[in-house]
Ligand binder design. Structure first.
Ligand code: NAD
Ligand code: TYD
Length: 375
């Protein structure tokens, strides 16, 4: 095998798309999916590639330093793409300890294992840490006098984009995380940089905006709401639904990860985003219209499911990524228009009700744990 790469969190939402892309695109690489299979990990996400000769699944906790080190040595691992994490802000508000454990201690354990395995020979090695734009905190919704948002404003490249504020997250911004989730991710990013600066570990960090697409656990806005619209359950909109997120189709994120893993510069940070800002309430309306239409209902008839509920504690107002650096230096751009991505996504969840039922029932975890016992 030309390369041997561990992808952590490969059974999760984004990780499964990255594993699929690498396994299919690089038959000459060995791809090892290292995942603990928490509630968010689901091997059914990878059914189509699980029998490929260049793919291997290992059930392991990233916090298991000895286990990771042994695996790296046995498999002659020369690259790590690290996605394993606790990823849901609402859960982090209820249980911050688990977030510190997995996102901070888990990342540290991987860094230590990579250092122990590669020390003295960092040539050709790569530790690529996947992070979030939420580490930068929240942006304001400032806008030029008299102009209704979204309005056109300039990114650092000089290009104009539709936005809800004049500022974007750029790579040089100070970290200002607000939620326990983003604080834990920020901390892990700092550890990754510290391992480069202190030990010379060849690291890269990327910070991406909100992802959407197939295989996302239905606790996050888009899959939760599609499922609720289908079953005519209330749609719990936090606050007034005015918060803004920047949405990127998950396969575009996976393509960016591929580009950066192969061509990104060591010690660099790259922001990944789609210049695609939406107010929650507007996305929700698009979801209702699209779901109704695809189900043969009258478009918009489920608008009355919208239910305004108490706001999330510390709810960040606006995220907006400036990904000009990635475009300028490595030529990456999102490939999908949002309307197209949403249509594909709604269709996928409607066509895959079994997947949704399984992940919400928890049966899938038992099934796959038994299947992989002793492998
Ligand atoms: P996810 O919650 O869908 O999946 C996380 C995966 O990590 C699961 O398969 C889970 O089993 C695994 N995992 C959790 N704890 C583990 C542990 N201790 N050891 C081994 N495996 C463990 O998450 P996601 O949405 O796919 O996010 C993946 C990564 O991308 C995360 O690091 C997240 O911070 C980052 N990110 C996500 C988004 C987004 O919109 N979802 C945006 C930017 C960055
Ligand atoms: P989410 O998908 O949890 O991603 P993040 O918090 O990481 O951005 O939420 C996206 C937005 O949708 C966020 O502003 C919170 C809001 N939201 C709701 O209004 N209701 C919900 O039930 C959920 C899960 C999210």
């Amino acid at each position: 095998m030309k390369r041997s790469i561990i992808i952590t969190g490969g059974a999760g939402f984004i990780g499964s798309h990255v594993v699929r892309l690498f396994v299919n695109k690089y038959p000459e690489y060995k791809i090892i999916n290292l995942d603990k299979l928490t509630y968010a990990g689901n091997l059914a996400n990878l059914k189509d590639i699980e029998d490929k000769p260049n793919y291997k699944f290992v059930k392991m906790d990233i916090c298991d330093f000895e286990g990771v080190l042994k695996l790296m040595q046995e498999e002659h691992v020369d690259g790590i793409i690290h996605l394993a994490a606790e990823s849901h802000v609402d859960r982090s508000i209820k249980d911050p300890f688990t977030f510190a454990q997995t996102n901070v201690m888990g990342t540290l354990s991987l860094l230590q294992a990579a250092k122990a395995c590669w020390e003295g020979n960092y040539e050709g090695k790569r530790f690529y840490h996947i992070s979030t734009d939420e580490v930068y905190g929240a942006l304001e919704m400032t806008h030029p006098e008299g102009i209704e948002p979204p309005f056109t404003t300039k990114a650092s490249s000089g290009e104009h984009h539709l936005a809800y504020g004049e500022k974007f997250f750029t790579e040089d911004l100070k970290y200002q995380p607000h939620s326990p989730y983003s604080a834990a991710k920020a901390s892990s990013d700092h550890f990754v940089r510290a391992f480069h600066d202190t030990f010379g570990l060849p690291t890269i960090v990327t910070n991406c905006s909100n992802n959407y697409g197939p295989y996302q656990f239905p606790e996050k806005l888009i899959p939760l709401f599609i499922n609720n619209i289908r079953h005519r359950k209330p749609l719990p909109v936090y606050g007034k639904g005015e918060n803004v997120r920047d949405w990127l189709y998950v396969e575009d994120h996976a393509r960016a990860i591929d580009t950066i893993f192969h061509n990104g510069k060591i010690a660099e940070t790259y922001n990944i985003g789609g210049f695609n800002e939406w107010k929650n309430i507007d996305i929700i309306k698009v979801l209702i219209h699209t779901t109704d239409r695809l189900l043969g209902r009258k478009e918009g008839e489920d608008m009355d499911l919208i239910t305004y509920v108490t706001d999330r504690a510390g709810h960040d107002l606006r995220y907006a990524i400036d990904s000009s650096k990635l475009k300028r230096e490595l030529g990456w751009e999102p490939s999908l228009q949002f309307e197209e991505g949403i249509e594909k996504t709604v269709r996928w969840y409607l066509d895959n009700q079994d997947w949704l039922d399984n992940v919400t029932s928890g049966d899938y975890q038992k099934y796959y744990e038994n299947m992989y016992k002793g492998r």
